[in-house]
Design a protein around this ligand. Structure first.
Ligand SMILES: Nc1nc2c(c(=O)[nH]1)N[C@H]1C(S)=C(S)[C@@H](COP(=O)(O)OP(=O)(O)OC[C@H]3O[C@@H](n4cnc5c(N)ncnc54)[C@H](O)[C@@H]3O)O[C@H]1N2
Ligand code: MOO
Length: 534
């Protein structure tokens, strides 16, 4: 277990009120902080402890649940010795460092972005994808590429709001009769024929949604009127002029802006668009996403055995991406096959590839070497957030022109503003620990997908009042699974148990991730909440 794991699990335990189970006597391993390959061709290790522990001391850190115990003492805080490759966990890193001794001590990796900076970088990296025109039944979940303007008045004719009688003038009224002397069955919704003007002192049966005849002063509800014979209508409650009439244009006039550009197309937006006369909508193409699940230790069926575990991210990440606005083309299980990863990334037609696992520097963590091999541009490489700090965001090389907009949603696409954002593929590397993966998803994938899908900005963010104290990391933001508690003004959020980076029970019962600033948050503090993709 790495120092970071230990810190998060220690904090999770502290918050759950339980005591830490006796740790097995395994040697603790050094954690390596690596530099960006864009700055050097060596993936050199920089012992994180050296820098972090010094900073921690400067912070005056005394809390036992901090790096001081969890990271700093992990392998002899601050020691550069023992091999910059991180001891037995070093793998390839050890080899690289052995080739260039001392590089770790000399090279300073640029500070990892803060959590907020990383979100801004992810949101600011792409432009919106090209716009496409889709029939209403395929536009759900997209974003309006321009304002929705009414193509008609709504309602488009004066409409009866109730079943009853259209009346003209004060009662009592003479009923409009059929030629044979029976009361007319009146005006129904959808009657094609324009209703004849209603003479003064007359009434005619009318249904909800039917056209109001000219010269009508009000609609009298059926329960408020009584007929005598087939000819007279009386009431004890004469309606005011205009009662129960929806006048033409009450909701909007032709050309009114109903919704702004960037609106998320919900079922209600589809309903409004249909009512306003639309058969199709101009929307921003949804990003196409491909999920690559990495790790030879993963099984996809049956009970875990022989050191292998069930893949918990394959079933989660695709649906999460869908709720975040992506069209997931495929979820592939690539194991730890570096060549398969290279081939997949070199040939992908997705806008966003999301990998799980393999972000770190273990012996079979092929992601970073593969990105180097592909000449990818690393946009975010590690984030000051727990868990999930090894997450990364890269831009893969742009594909040749011509491949865009020809997917299913691209049919009928036309070039337009924002089209230049559709030429490349972004890669979001989610760490393998499930809560760390969720952290990467909300930190990098969510803002990236929002911008690509034409919905820049953080979206709707909530706040919650902490029901209890949450310990903080000294420098990094923590994302902590919480559940809502109570309702109304007493609403609070409570941190959940089983919320260690590798755990799933906390995630499965969480309503949101609480954003805990460095240093922690006291009970009663209002914190930001990131609603979990559902
Ligand atoms: N020397 C260091 N080791 C590690 C560090 C570090 O800073 N230095 N960071 C630790 C942290 S924090 C995390 S998080 C992980 C991230 O590593 P990877 O992204 O390379 O992930 P893996 O090593 O492949 O897996 C980590 C963990 O998660 C399990 N896993 C992976 N995929 C799945 C899946 N689809 N479903 C369920 N569980 C999965 C995997 O078996 C491992 O237990 O690195 C630490 N190490
Ligand atoms: O502990 Mo790691 O932080 O799960 O990303």
């Amino acid at each position: 277990m790495s120092g970071a794991d230990e810190l998060d699990e220690a904090i999770a335990l502290a918050n759950s009120g339980r005591t830490r189970p006796a740790a097995p006597p395994v040697p603790r391993l050094k954690r390596i902080r690596r530099i960006q390959w864009s700055e050097t061709d060596v993936d050199a290790g920089q012992p994180e402890e050296e820098a972090s522990v010094r900073r921690d001391h400067a912070d005056g850190m005394t809390d036992g649940m901090t790096d001081g115990t969890a990271e700093g003492t992990a392998d002899g805080a601050g020691a550069l010795g023992g091999g910059t490759g991180g001891g037995s966990a070093g793998g390839p890193a050890s080899g690289r460092d052995a080739r260039k001794p001392g590089v770790a001590a000399r090279t300073r990796r640029p500070e990892r972005p803060s959590w907020a900076e990383a979100r801004a970088l992810a949101a600011g990296s792409p432009g919106a994808l090209p716009r496409v025109t889709l029939p209403l039944d395929r536009a759900l979940g997209h974003t309006l590429a321009g304002p929705l303007e009414a193509l008609t008045d709504l309602p488009s004719f004066d409409t009866s709001a109730m079943d009853g009688w259209a009346v003209s003038g004060p009662g009592p009224w003479e009923l409009v009769t059929e030629p044979i002397g029976t009361e007319s069955k009146g005006i129904l919704a959808g009657d094609r024929a324009e209703p004849a003007p209603l003479p003064d002192g007359h009434a005619i049966r009318i249904a909800t949604g039917a056209r109001i005849p000219p010269n009508t002063s009000a609609v009298l509800r059926s329960e408020h009127g009584a007929t005598s014979g087939a000819t007279r209508l009386r009431t004890a409650r004469a309606p005011q002029p205009g009662t129960d009439i929806r006048p033409r244009g009450q909701e909007c006039r032709t050309g009114d802006t109903l919704l702004p550009e960037g609106t998320h197309v919900t079922p209600a937006v589809l309903g409004l668009a249909a009512a306003a006369g639309y058969d199709e909508l101009e929307v921003v193409r949804r990003p196409r996403a491909e999920v690559l699940v990495l790790g030879d230790e993963l099984m996809h069926r049956g009970l875990p055995h022989d050191g292998r575990i069930r893949d918990a991210l394959g079933p989660m990440v695709g649906p999460w991406l869908t709720t975040l606005g992506a069209d997931v083309i495929v979820t592939r299980r690539l194991g730890d096959d570096a060549e398969a990863l290279y081939e997949t990334l070199a040939t992908t037609t997705a806008d966003v590839v999301v990998t799980t696992g393999g972000t770190a520097a273990g012996p079979v963590d092929h992601l970073q070497p593969t990105l180097r091999r592909l000449g990818a541009e690393l946009l975010v490489h590690g984030v000051r957030v727990r868990p999930g700090h090894p997450m990364l965001l890269a831009a893969l090389k742009k594909r040749e022109a011509g491949g865009e907009g020809d997917g299913e949603d691209g049919r009928g696409a036309r070039d337009g503003e924002g089209g230049e954002g559709g030429g490349g593929t972004f890669l979001v590397g989610l760490p393998g620990n499930p809560l760390a993966a969720l952290s990467g998803l909300v930190t990098l994938a969510a803002p990236l997908l929002r911008t690509l899908g034409g919905r820049p900005g953080p979206g709707h963010e909530q706040q919650g009042t902490l029901a209890e104290e949450v310990h903080g990391h000294p420098r990094d933001t923590r994302l902590v699974p919480v559940a809502h508690e109570g309702a109304g003004v007493r609403a609070r959020v409570r941190p959940l148990r089983y919320a260690g980076p590798s755990m799933l029970r906390g995630i499965a019962t969480a309503d949101a991730l609480a954003v805990i600033p460095p240093g922690g948050a006291a009970p009663g503090t209002d914190v930001r909440l990131l609603e979990l993709p559902r």
